[in-house]
Design a protein around this ligand. Sequence first.
Ligand SMILES: Cc1ncc(COP(=O)(O)O)c(C=O)c1O
Length: 378
Amino acid sequence: MIYLDNAATTPVNPQVAQVISDSLHNSFANPSSLYSRGATSEIEMNKARGFIAGCIGAKDKELYFTSCASESNNIAIYGLALARKNWGKKIITTGYEHPAVRQPCANLAEMGFETVLIDPDKNGIVDENAIVDAVDSKTGLVTLIHVNNETGAKLDIERLANRIKEKNPRCAIHIDAVQSFMKFPLDVKKLKIESLSFSAHKINGPKGIGGLYLKQGTNIKPVFVGGGQESGLRAGTENIHYIQGLAKACEILKPNLIRNLQHYAKLRTQLLDGLKAFDNVVINSPENAAPYTVNFSFVGYRSETLLHFLDSKGICVSSGSACSKGSASHTLTVMKLPHERIDSSVRVSFGVQNTEEDVVALLTALKEATEKLQKVKR
Ligand SMILES: Cc1ncc(COP(=O)(O)O)c(C=O)c1O
């Protein structure tokens, strides 16, 4: 199988699986229990917490474990917005967020918040000035996706956060870093942000574990309440096994971030060069997109038909995002691309395991598709 859908999820690294398996056997005690086995679990969990926090320049106590990034986004967005509702009912976000940000913002709008959406242009780029211009004294929260999951479009969050805080130092900034965590170097100490979310299954870790960085001293209303775990921010017995797996996944990637980015850039160039041979291909990702995500339209062929054809050749790619199962790509729709481009869009997303041979196989299969598949009649 040639797996080219790493923005949807990634294969679990065998070393990560081994750590989880060992932990399942050895670390069953509840980290909240007072006897020594419980204390050992707590120590192990906090060792993992410290390591993961260190990967993004955070302090140990600024890192909270959740079950996934959707949960992290919900905890941050509701919690930060509700804590500022008395003075800051305006929320600013992009028009191309993941549903795990879009939906909480839409719900808050129904609860009386004002939500301002800044859409990307037809090239997939969100205008930084438009975000900053929208910030005023009533803005309680700005929530931004770092790297878009469908096109790889990337925001300069350091510059944006500086500009936003210059206009309104009280407003909170949340970053959805699911598609950039452990891919681009991130140092929260340099970012004037309050929170940042990420997920293990995008970095060769297991599904079912995520994280939230929350700057120390940030005012937030806990919305996930119960037994007081995770300093009262996220109730529920911590998944120590997956936490240790997440730490291992980070440990594997940490020394190789730059090398991996170079590897992705090479594969991206190879793919883009190869796609030039097709006169029906239009690239939908911006030029300065993250190198591991390439979105293009194979105009004249329906995405689903192409996907199934590639699947029959053992190649996995995606049309838009995995979460939107078959529905039209949200990002390409807000980019206002013509229907024939949206309906024929394909997302290729590289992972650390991909090789130049994988790209050759994809290009060969695409060539075969043009010979074997019926074009859509318009
Ligand atoms: C940008 C972005 N945010 C949030 C999520 C949700 O992550 P999880 O699957 O961990 O809930 C995803 C998953 O695709 C994503 O790509």
